[in-house]
Design a protein around this ligand. Structure first.
Ligand SMILES: NC(=O)c1ccc[n+]([C@@H]2O[C@H](COP(=O)([O-])OP(=O)(O)OC[C@H]3O[C@@H](n4cnc5c(N)ncnc54)[C@H](O)[C@@H]3O)[C@@H](O)[C@H]2O)c1
Length: 380
């Protein structure tokens, strides 16, 4: 992720210094930037001279002191480990000018804790890009407990300058928006599979061809990496409890065998001969409304927590994962009462917290805010 983010910054005129633990990795990062810039030139997205100028703006070093001596901003993208990240933030704080902002590309770890590892928590925020950052347009901007509004405003402006669409996560909640909603949708599918209600092929067929999602949930989990999906799932469970109860019987054996999905050649599917073929004729075997119901429910929890507004939740899911609709607008079109009934039906059948309706949904419905048909739901 680091080289992709560095490339975009360089393409928009910023001077970039990449830092890694050895020169070989830095060399590789620079080669990847060059390869990607060449692709942009080949596709006539940028001019050759602009690509060359961008590359010339990227320097590398293994020394934090050298990299940070006159920076305005540092963007951290080291592996997803809070102790490592805290160490990096303390180091950045000790070697950077006092005005410099720090952002983390973490997928879900605590921005607040990273801020507290510095003497400038007001200048520390999350800036979560999506992979590959050169092509994906979404950025989640996350406010830690100590982050100032000024920092959020500056990073929002920076994201726009990079040609991205920023969404604001107003509270440092685990999973932010996109991974939190994906997490519950994955869990629903994994549990349905485990209960023997549908095969993974049938679930993915229904999700893709009936639901209009770009990938089935098992296919997407493989694509993201099951090790990452597992770790995010663990963090969500720790943060929100039973609502995110992981389906260990399904995922743990794959993790043990290091079958992480596309990157290891096999996960739920075999990727050794390319993308798995999801059969078309099973498209009615899983009720996609179940995916929508838990997604809408989690969106309601996010709104109730005041962590993000419906517009940003919908934008996040559409740009971060190419969903055909955001969950809030979907609920408004379908009817919040219809979604609530689906959740109640599932909760009565399976007695799992995942299906327990968020109080906000019941509250909206009691006020008559059932969506488009009454003029108000998540939106007016
Ligand atoms: N890969 C994704 O799809 C994705 C998407 C969004 C966010 N993220 C987040 O971005 C971060 C990085 O993920 P990644 O997939 O690029 O990981 P990666 O393992 O590919 O890259 C991490 C890099 O950090 C370097 N590193 C390790 N210790 C370091 C140190 N002390 N100082 C400087 N560099 C150090 C490593 O050598 C490596 O080159 C994580 O927080 C991850 O959650 C990843």
């Amino acid at each position: 992720m680091g080289h992709g983010i560095g490339e975009m910054l360089a393409m928009t005129g910023h001077h970039v210094v990449l830092v890694d633990i050895n020169d070989e990795l830095l060399q590789k990062a620079k080669e990847k930037i060059k390869w990607s810039l060449d692709k942009f030139v080949e596709k006539k997205r940028i001019r050759r001279e602009d690509a060359d100028a961008a590359l010339a703006r990227v320097n590398t070093t293994t020394s934090y002191e050298e990299a940070c001596k006159d920076i305005d901003m540092a963007l951290e993208a080291v592996p997803e480990n809070i102790e490592l990240k805290k160490k990096i933030f303390a180091k950045l704080d000790s070697v950077s000018p006092s005005h410099a902002l720090f952002a983390s590309n973490t997928s879900t770890l605590s921005i607040t804790e990273m801020g507290e590892a510095t003497k400038r928590p007001d200048k520390v925020a999350g800036m979560h890009f999506f992979n590959p950052p050169q092509l994906m347009t979404l950025v989640e901007i996350i406010k830690g407990a100590g982050t100032s509004q000024e920092t959020i405003n500056t990073l929002t402006e920076l994201a726009k300058k990079l040609g991205k669409t920023p969404v604001i996560v107003r509270k440092d909640v685990r999973g932010f928006i996109v991974n939190r909603i994906l997490g519950v949708v994955f869990n629903e599918a994994f549990w349905a599979f485990k209960r023997g209600e549908a095969t993974k092929e049938a679930i993915d067929s229904s999700v893709k061809y009936t639901g209009g999602f770009p990938m089935g949930w098992f296919e997407l989990a493989d694509f993201v990496g099951l090790d990452i999906a597992y770790e995010v799932g663990r963090i969500l469970y720790e943060a929100y409890g039973e609502r995110f109860k992981p389906c260990s019987e399904i995922i743990d054996p794959l993790i043990k065998e290091k079958r992480f999905g596309q990157k290891t050649g096999v996960g739920f599917y075999d990727w050794t001969k390319g993308r798995p073929r999801i059969p078309f004729d099973l498209l009615d075997e899983y009720d996609v409304e179940r995916s929508w119901a838990v997604a809408v429910n989690e969106a309601a929890w996010i709104v109730q927590d005041d962590a993000a507004n419906p517009e940003d939740i919908d934008t996040g899911m559409k740009l971060g994962t190419f969903w055909p609709s955001g969950p809030c607008e979907y609920a408004d079109r379908t009817g919040l009462d219809v979604i609530l009934n689906k959740l109640k039906e599932l909760h009565a059948k399976y007695n799992m917290e995942m299906y327990k309706p968020c109080p906000l949904l019941e509250d909206y419905i009691s006020k008559g805010w059932t969506g488009k048909k009454t003029g108000r739901g998540f939106y007016k």
